[in-house]
Each structure stands twice: as C-alpha cells, then as structure tokens.
Design a protein. Sequence first.
Length: 318
Amino acid sequence: MVREGCRTRCKSCEKWYGAEDEDYGPCSIKNARGEQRYITHGRHKCDEIYREKPDLSDSPLEIRKAVVEDYPRLEALAGKEGWNYRLGDFLDLERTGCATTLVANLDGAVRGMVTTMDYGEVGWISNMLIEGSYRRRRLGAELLQEGMRLLGTKRTVALFSYDESVGYYLKLGFKLEKDYAVVRYLGGHGGRVGAEVPSLDDVIAMDAEAFSARRGGMLRVLAGRGKVFSPAHGRGFAIIRPDPVEPTVGPAVCDDASAGRELLCAAFDSLGAGSMGVMVGEAPEGFEVVGRVKRLYVGEPPRTDTGMALAFAGLEYG
C-alpha cells in the first residue's frame, strides 16, 4: 500500500483548533500572522512549524509487512526510544503465528512500525513507533489504519498506552478503559507453587477463560522461552520469561485468591529482584509500581475476569 503526497493533514496539525466541518477548521498560525482568512482545509506544508523537518510532499509512503531484513533497523529505532526490544523478540512474534508487524517505508528507509496480534475475536496492537523526525506526518495513523484493516472484524481491538500518547489514540477513535500498574519485584517474598506443571492445552484454556481471547500461538512461544508454574491449589498458571535486561512474569491466572498471591510471588521470586510485570489488579506487598499504562479499545470493552487474571502477558502481548 502506497500513500502519495504524504503532507500533514491540516486537522492533524498541532496548530489546528476548535470545531471543524467537512475538514475545515481554524489555524492558529494563520491567525497569528494576521491573515484575514485563517480557515484552512485539506493538506498543506507550514514552514513555521516544519522547516526543521524533511519535505515529504513528493515522497511515496509505503506500508508493508516487515521482513527479516527489516529487523536490525527496527531494533535500532526501538533502541533510540529506550525499548528493550531485540532481534529475538521480533523472531518470537513471527513464531506465534498470530502476529503481523507492519513498517512504514519513506525516503528509502523504514521510519516506523506497528504490530497487530490476532487473538480470534480479539485484536491487540503494540510496538507503535515512528522515527522522531518523521512524526506529525500521519505515518502512525496510516500504519494503524492498515493494521486494523488486516485484523478485520473483531469484537474488541485494544492496546496499552502511556499517558503521553493517550490523546493521540482517543483522536483516532479509541475509548479509554482503565489504567494498570507496571511493577518491579523488590525480592524476598517467596511464595508457593504446585508440584505439577500444567499442560499447554490447560494453559490455553485457562488463559481464554481469564482474558476471553484465543492466544494459543502466543502462549506456546512464551512458555517455550521460559517456564510455567502452577498454584499450590486451585486452577491457574504463571509464565516466567528470564531475560538479562528485563525478566518478566505474565500472563498469570488463578481461580483462588490466596493461592494466586502465592503463585505470583513465587513466579517473580524465581526470577529475582528487578523482574517486571503488568498487574491486572493492584500490586501486592513486595512490589514497586514503576509506571502505569492505560488500556484503550475500539468495539466492545475488553473482557477480563478480574477474579481470575493476575498479570497480563506484557505490554507487547496484552
């Protein structure tokens, strides 16, 4: 898919304000210049705002599926944002069989990406990233639009966002559900697990019960990368993922509250202090909240059984 003439739409500009009718609206730059007619329309290039940024007016924008050769470039873009995302993570996404990473190619190079996860009736969006000097060009909106088209009709499509990007997604039609804690384990809280390891089929069934999504491919990859624990009693599981930079717990579910707390602490303790997770409920004692993310969605509100779900699979997997 190629988009010709990729100039910023006026109504997507930070200087556009107020109400609009058929894509017409007032522009504060034109108003500040004292122009008698400061209503603007369609697409234009505004030198006052964009003189430090490349002129993309004649550059074709290509949105396509990522290939292995793109991964070093995507890893570099992620690194500039401080993301702990490496080549192996992109390969893991491929192995799930339900993930599609799209890239935006412009001026001869990849300038952004987004990943969509197909979980049956549910879609998940992650890894939305645009190179800094190419932002405010609607590359993100074009990527998201193509990702939504590829996902097709879903009951729910959702994503996690930090506060600074929430407004962007709201403008694109997403609705705000609630916020969740990103936690770091402080260590020293032990916990108990069961002696038996649940089968992958049981893990997939319990995950579907807790998160109302078919995530078998993703769970198979995560379990293969790490280890699966069961609670001391009740039904449930927790997947741990060792990593030299960011060891992670999730997803984790249990139908018994007491056993669930023990399972969660044991899973984090097996990875040690500093391990990370995204909690469904409030973090128990022994965890530090290092940030909060908001879940946004289109379609029906996400269905998460808060009496069973303990931790999400992570920011990228939901």
